[in-house]
Design a protein around this ligand. Structure first.
Ligand code: GTP
Ligand code: MG
Length: 198
């Protein structure tokens, strides 16, 4: 898919403020600092989303209108809290409301750092998505930070871990916002979704 236009549409503090125009949302979620905003910028080839080396940069639900026909949605990260907090408390209400309640969210990309072994918070989050029947895929980020062999073995280990509790694996992508690797696959996937009528 070629992106011909990408523009910031709005930042929402709560679900009721999300654009209500029937256009589909493709949203990006994951732990703080995993690279959600960077990937949105790389996919669009524009500096749309705010990026920072300090976790917790994105605090609102940000809608970017793509090709005047669908949205990329940048969400706040989760898991950025003192360890004394329970897992549940590490998910801002805004995220839970959006993910569970947004009718126009068509697909959710869960971003995980390709360098790390499966993290409990991500696995629990995906578990919740499964229970709620929310369609999602996994994007392994920051692949430029390691060699191809290490990446392949990390992804294989992740799949093995998922297959302990899932019958089927979700769609998976490996990306780098630094080099642009894997971005085309993500856009092609969205294009296929856009070609589906429901
Ligand atoms: N090397 C490398 N660095 C990356 C990549 N993606 C993101 N980063 C860096 O990781 C840091 C966090 O990136 P963000 O895109 O702001 O992460 P985020 O997930 O949006 O973070 P929050 O909004 O805080 O939840 C920044 O310093 C980025 O430059 C990547 O693919 N490769
Ligand atoms: Mg961000």
């Amino acid at each position: 898919m070629i992106i011909t236009s990408a523009e910031f549409r709005c930042s929402s503090q709560k679900l009721s403020q999300v654009p209500d125009d029937g256009l589909r949302d493709y949203a990006f979620i994951g732990r703080s600092n995993v690279g959600k905003s960077s990937l949105i910028n790389r996919l669009t080839g524009r500096k749309l989303a705010k990026v920072s080396g300090t976790p917790g940069k994105t605090r609102l639900i940000n809608h970017f209108l793509i090709n005047k026909s669908w949205y990329l949605v940048d969400l706040p990260g989760y898991g950025y809290a003192r360890t004394s907090k329970s897992l549940k408390e590490q998910f801002a209400q805004i995220i839970v409301d959006y993910v569970k309640g947004c009718q126009k969210m068509y697909f959710l990309f869960v971003l995980v750092d390709s360098r790390l072994e499966p993290q409990r918070i991500d696995l629990e989050f995906m578990e919740m998505l499964g229970v709620e029947g929310i369609p999602f895929g996994i994007i392994f980020t920051k692949t430029d930070k390691m060699g191809v062999n290490k990446l392949a073995s990390n992804v294989a280990a992740y799949k093995r871990r998922l297959l302990e509790s899932w019958e089927e694996l979700p769609p998976m992508f490996t990306t780098s916002s630094e080099t642009g690797a894997g971005c085309e696959s993500v856009l092609d996937f969205i294009e296929q979704c856009q070609n589906q009528t429901n």
